[in-house]
Design a protein around this ligand. Structure first.
Ligand code: HEC
Ligand code: HEC
Length: 452
């Protein structure tokens, strides 16, 4: 291995640490090129690593660590097939679906893993592509230039935009675009997290703009269009053969992803509980309360395993009931997240939870001032969500209600990543939507979310 001096010091010194981190997070292994040199050999993806270990599949329920414990995927095909075209680049730029939807990070990406990929490849992993730089005209000629050019991507945020439709009920009257993302008086550009590519067997709609299947329930058609669009868009490829797209979508539809183990509570299937990905794969898309942890309601400490573990289990069950129940502040979590034991919305409804409000804007986020053409009402938004596509004023800041399963694996949260932790999510609901929780209730609710 050649040696390299970077701001992180010598590469070889860090090799053992990198190997451990890499195995845990990415499956990527690369080290050694100096500033300005091109990366001649790109690091192998997780499928090559698994092949090197003698296979091309992840066994069902294979655990990946996260801050709350571990999460896993259960495939109805019997194992997670890492040789599916989902994991193979389909275009010219080296990206595959896996570049942005990794099984080890909740079928999304997380900032620490993107940062690691940056330093292992000096910002040349295919995920780093001008398409998703802070600005489409960024300078990406040196490692340091790339580091600053991809500051949003390193937070797990991808540049996504759209022109204001000609028929829109609103107009943009001012904008502030610190990263020069490309916003204008006729175009929005914003930064978004990748939604997870699992749990579609109980989904009702696809995509945050929901351009395909709002409420129609035709998730399969929505997934086909999303996959085909990514191959010609994000992967810069020629249109893929229909059977390739179909194979990708069948694969996505086979995957159930959920937390399986929580530190302090153990396996989420212990003593009658029904957590974990395997139970989830059998879940029907119905409007009903969460009942995963009913068996742990009022669990007598010491009756399942240890006193401490049973206390933690009872706490998770208390959190479940807080989620299911009306809140004194009005509304309930389940009011929107009403798909039983999943948390998406059974009608495919989108909502505004205030995440795009100017008051929650982070430093490099663009901000748009929009005006209703009929009423002249003015509001500000960092990302109008569904309204970009629909042009409707009522759709301002409305986003897909995502599945909440396996959330511990994919922080930060909301479409723009403004909540770093699940506790920040709960606090956001207190500030933005008027939910009221005591300290204890907040901790209980977080314990429940961590166990999803
Ligand atoms: C460069 C990163 C990137 C790549 C590559 C990528 N995606 Fe995505 N994906 C995203 C982002 C970001 C979003 C969410 C924002 C949006 O609406 O575009 C998303 C959203 C999705 C969704 C919507 C999920 C939901 O809950 O509605 C699906 C499905 C999806 N991607 C599938 C795929 C497939 C299949 C591929 C490969 C053919 C792929 N993606 C490749 C970044 C990527
Ligand atoms: C008005 C409908 C509504 C209510 C009420 C609501 N949510 Fe949400 N929730 C959403 C929508 C829509 C999103 C996606 C928002 C976005 O991406 O900006 C979301 C996102 C989330 C996320 C982040 C998921 C991710 O992957 O980023 C969590 C966690 C969550 N909600 C938990 C809760 C909890 C806990 C409550 C109750 C305290 C609650 N929600 C109340 C609609 C709602």
């Amino acid at each position: 291995m050649r040696s390299m001096v970077s701001r992180f010091g010598s590469c070889s010194t860090f090799a053992p640490l990198a190997t451990a981190l890499v195995t845990a997070l990415t499956g990527v292994m690369a080290c050694g090129q100096a500033e300005g040199e091109s990366v001649d050999e790109l690091p192998p993806g997780i499928e090559q690593r698994v092949q090197a270990l003698g296979g091309s599949e992840l066994p069902n329920n294979f655990p990946f660590l996260n801050a709350a414990g571990s999460a896993a995927t259960f495939s109805t095909a019997g194992a997670v097939d890492l040789s599916n075209p989902f994991h193979v680049p389909q275009g010219a730029n080296g990206r595959s679906c896996e570049s942005c939807h990794l099984p080890q990070t909740g079928w999304s990406v997380i900032p620490v893993e993107v940062e690691l990929r940056f330093w292992l490849t000096q910002g040349k992993d295919p995920i780093f592509n001008l398409l998703d730089a802070d600005s489409p005209t960024a300078n990406v000629s040196t490692t340091l230039a790339r580091y600053s050019a991809y500051s949003m991507l390193r937070k797990g945020l991808f540049r996504r935009g759209g022109n204001v439709p000609a028929s829109a009920e609103y107009e943009i009257i001012a904008f502030d675009d610190p990263p020069r993302a490309g916003g204008s008086l006729t175009r929005f550009e914003a930064f978004r997290r990748p939604l997870a590519t699992a749990n579609f067997h109980i989904a009702r709609n696809v995509g945050w703009h929901d351009q395909n299947t709002n409420g129609s329930g035709d998730v399969h058609a929505g997934l086909i269009s999303q996959a085909a669009g990514n191959i010609t868009g994000g992967q810069q490829g020629a249109p893929a053969a229909p059977e390739v797209v179909e194979a990708i979508v069948d694969y996505e539809e086979s995957l159930a992803f959920a937390q399986q183990f929580v530190f302090g509570a153990g396996l989420l299937t212990a003593c009658g509980a029904r957590g974990g990905p395997e139970h989830l794969s059998e879940q029907e898309p119905v409007n009903a309360r969460f009942d995963l942890f009913d068996a742990w309601i009022d669990l007598v400490p010491g009756s399942c395993t240890t006193v401490a573990a049973d206390r933690k289990r009872a706490q998770i069950a208390r959190g479940q009931e807080l989620f299911n129940s009306p809140n004194p502040g009005g509304g309930s979590c389940r009011g929107c997240h009403n798909a039983a034991n999943n948390g998406s919305n059974v009608n495919g409804a989108l909502f505004d939870v205030g995440a795009s409000r100017a008051e929650f804007r982070e430093p490099r986020m663009p901000l748009y001032t929009v005006r209703n053409k009929a009423t002249l009402e003015v509001r500000q938004t960092t990302d109008p969500g569904r309204a970009i596509r629909s042009g409707l004023w009522a759709d301002m800041d409305r986003f897909k209600t995502p599945s909440l399963r396996g959330v511990s694996a994919r922080a930060p949260y909301f479409h723009n990543g403004i909540a770093d932790t699940l506790e920040d999510v709960v606090r956001h609901y207190e500030v933005a939507l008027g939910f009221v929780f005591t300290r204890q209730q907040r901790a209980d609710l977080v314990a429940f979310l961590e166990a999803l």
